[in-house]
Design a protein around this ligand. Structure first.
Ligand code: ADP
Length: 411
């Protein structure tokens, strides 16, 4: 079966086509075809990149309309050097990543008018993401009207987080309105949890639990405390702003800072959202960039704010790992994933150096080489440390495959 994935962000749509002929394992196949439309670079235009058959073709299109971009994507599946299909009806299913599933969706869903209405209803919780995801679904429905569509939510993996961790200690009616901790990066945490268990040969059960802390450190950063494959807590909350310090997001701060800025300096809600999401974190403290590579280089050259930015980043990471150790009543493995987690050896080394109280010891030579999908702790370390190359596209494809099997078994 051929599964087409669409992942729409604020200025990009990324798409992959996977062929899955047997029950999918984590032997991740290369996609048959992949495409990216990026309209964030030049006003009114979209840079369009397609890869297939070892070819990479880049075009500039004079439009930013989602439906036209998806049409163009499908055209490159059928024609030219990147042709991989004879007809669009060869696509069995279209899978979409949706950031926020709200309180009612704890698993992937087949798109129906009711599901779309719910994605719309919770759009006020995720105004930067859900409206774009919905527009992407509706554009795909127009272009592929007879192909089933599935939505895979970034919040769903965390639906197992218990009430005491997911309900904020504000007034109870917040919870009744849907204001609670949802958690994000669920697709990545779910993949890494399964992959970590496979690398270590430990799935865990009641007698011999497997306690994993997965550290997804990319532009957005979050931890998940995972017990026997299930999320029991995570650092992001009502929105992806809570928790760790991130590339340009602050993570957790005292909420009174916001009311102070409103009251004394007249900031609007929009300005505050902009500051917290775009002008804080590594970028806000360093004043240079949200990219760890740039900041580490500046720190090595003696830039004090770059040094401070990395120090706060590592401090908060260790602080929240400590909280997750307590949530899990111990820890068997810590996995690092995402652009920073997989590549920044110094971040892993400094984080682990502060966790020696757990008798965790990193093999410094292995760590320096950043080997994907490997255990980088010393043999006698009491906690295993893994680098896991996250495969979110593949995880969405797997979810879609399982969804379709479940659907067929009902019919
Ligand atoms: P996203 O969350 O947007 O998917 P990624 O997971 O790709 O992002 O992470 C991007 C971040 O990873 C960059 O901003 C940078 O800070 C970090 N990064 C990528 N490569 C390296 C590297 N070789 N060394 C250190 N940090 C890196």
């Amino acid at each position: 079966m051929k599964i087409l994935l669409l992942d729409a962000g604020s200025s990009t749509i990324k798409s992959h086509l996977f062929a899955i002929d047997q029950t999918p394992t984590d032997n991740v196949p290369k996609p048959l075809w992949q495409a990216q439309a990026d309209w964030g670079k030049e006003k009114g235009k979209t840079e369009f990149t397609v890869k297939a058959h070892g070819q990479r073709i880049v075009d500039i299109l004079p439009t930013t309309v989602q439906e036209e971009l998806i049409k163009h994507m499908l055209d490159t599946l059928l024609n030219g050097k990147t042709k991989v299909l004879d007809q669009l009806s060869d696509i069995t299913l279209v899978g979409h990543r949706v950031v926020h599933g709200g309180p009612n969706y704890s698993r992937s869903m087949l798109v129906t008018p009711k599901v779309k209405a719910e994605i719309q209803r919770v759009a006020s919780f995720a105004p930067l993401h859900n409206p774009i995801n919905l527009a992407d679904i509706e554009a795909a429905e127009k272009v592929l009207p007879h192909t089933p569509q599935v939505v895979v939510f970034d919040t769903a993996f965390h639906s197992t987080v218990p009430d005491e961790a997911s309900i904020y200690p504000g007034p109870y009616n917040w919870y009744e309105q849907g204001i609670r901790r949802y958690g994000f990066h669920g697709i990545s945490h779910q993949y890494c949890a399964r992959r970590s268990a496979a690398i270590l040969g430990r799935t865990g059960n009641r007698e011999q639990p497997f306690r994993l802390i997965n550290c997804h450190l990319g532009n957005g950063c979050s931890l998940a405390a995972i017990l026997n494959g299930q999320s029991i807590d995570t650092t992001m909350g009502f929105t992806p702003l809570e928790g760790l310090m991130m590339g340009s997001r602050s993570g957790t701060i005292d909420p009174s800072i916001l009311t102070y800025l409103q009251r004394v300096h007249g900031y609007s809600a929009h300005q505050l959202e902009q500051i917290l999401n775009k002008e804080s974190g590594l970028k806000g403290i360093s004043g240079l960039s949200n990219d760890v590579r740039t900041i580490e280089k500046a720190a090595q050259e003696g830039n004090k704010r770059a040094t401070l930015a990395m120090a706060i980043f590592i401090y908060r990471l260790r602080y929240f790992i400590g909280a997750m150790v307590s949530v899990l009543n111990g820890v068997d493995a810590i996995a690092f994933t995402g652009g920073i987690g997989e590549n920044a050896a110094s971040v892993r080394a400094q984080t682990c150096a502060g966790l020696s109280f757990l008798h965790l010891q990193l093999d410094q030579t292995k760590n320096a080489a950043s080997p994907p999908d490997q255990d980088i702790a010393t043999p006698d370390s009491l906690v295993r440390v893994l680098i896991v190359h996250t495969q979110e596209d593949w995880e969405i494809a797997r979810e879609c495959w399982h969804m379709l099997q479940a659907q067929r078994s009902i019919q």
